[in-house]
Design a protein around this ligand. Structure first.
Ligand code: T5A
Length: 215
């Protein structure tokens, strides 16, 4: 984890149905048009092994999954993803845009499940060393609207089947992290039309491109 990072690392975050997948496509497309070399990926997932872990994590099941098991599986998938995909891409000068990263762990396992944040931080340091996203694009939306959007898409996974209070805690945890890390986070109002959401995202990307040209 001591490699020198050259590309920029962007994560796209938010609760259920806020439009991460939809807007990730827009981000990749926009960066490519600006001639930025970019790799698109997601968490949990991003490599064959990590995608298998994702399936295990999302599958609805009767057995009650322990919080520690869930946390360790998230970081197991992440460790593999970092080694196989994210770090080599950054090292090669590519920008990496990731649909969720460790901020999701703080929001879901920390805020949603109520796990102690210092336990998450221990694993974050073990797995990532000092690697953190350069920019976190947080799509923020009232929970009810996000759940409605997610439900329209079909069957709910193990996380989507949680009670609404869980997602309210997730949203609060994201907003709290955004307030604590204003240099990394950009909050996007995801309740607006897709056009307006993407106009806000474009401003964030233009800023990043200008910053990277000044370095
Ligand atoms: N997880 C993940 C953890 O608990 N800890 C972790 O560390 C990590 C990494 C992963 C699950 O794992 C959990 C969190 C998650 O529950 P996921 O697939 O990444 O699952 O996350 P989901 O939130 O389930 O992703 P979704 O696919 O449900 O939501 P998206 O990607 O945010 O939403 P999207 O783009 O599919 O849009 C949903 C619908 O809304 C429409 C779209 O067309 C689509 O139909 N839409 C809009 N409609 C109106 N106006 C707009 N502005 C719209 N934008 C999108």
């Amino acid at each position: 984890m001591q490699q020198e990072k050259k590309g920029l690392f962007i994560s796209v975050e938010g609760g259920e149905g806020v439009g991460k997948t939809t807007n990730l496509e827009f981000i990749i497309d926009y960066l490519q048009k600006k001639a930025v070399p970019v790799v698109s990926t997601r968490e949990p997932g991003g490599t064959p092994l990590s995608e298998e872990i994702r399936e295990l994590l999302l599958k609805p099941r009767d057995e009650n999954v322990s919080e520690v098991t869930e946390l360790l599986m998230m970081f197991a998938a992440r460790a593999q993803h970092l080694k196989q995909k994210i770090l080599p891409a950054l090292e090669g000068g590519d920008w990496v845009v990731c649909d969720r990263f460790t901020d999701a762990t703080y929001a879901y396992q920390g805020g949603g499940r109520g796990m102690e944040l210092n336990k998450i931080a221990v694993l974050e340091n073990l797995v990532q060393g000092d690697l953190r996203p350069d920019r976190v694009i947080l799509l923020d939306l009232p929970v009810e609207i996000g759940m409605d959007r997610a439900k329209k898409r079909g069957e709910l996974d193990r996380f989507e089947s949680q009670r609404i209070e869980f997602f309210q805690r997730v949203r609060s945890a994201y907003l709290q992290r955004a307030a604590q890390q204003p240099q990394a986070y950009r909050i996007i109002d995801a309740s607006l039309t897709l056009d307006k959401v993407q106009q806000q995202i474009q401003i964030v990307l233009d800023d990043l491109i200008s910053e990277s040209q000044r370095i």
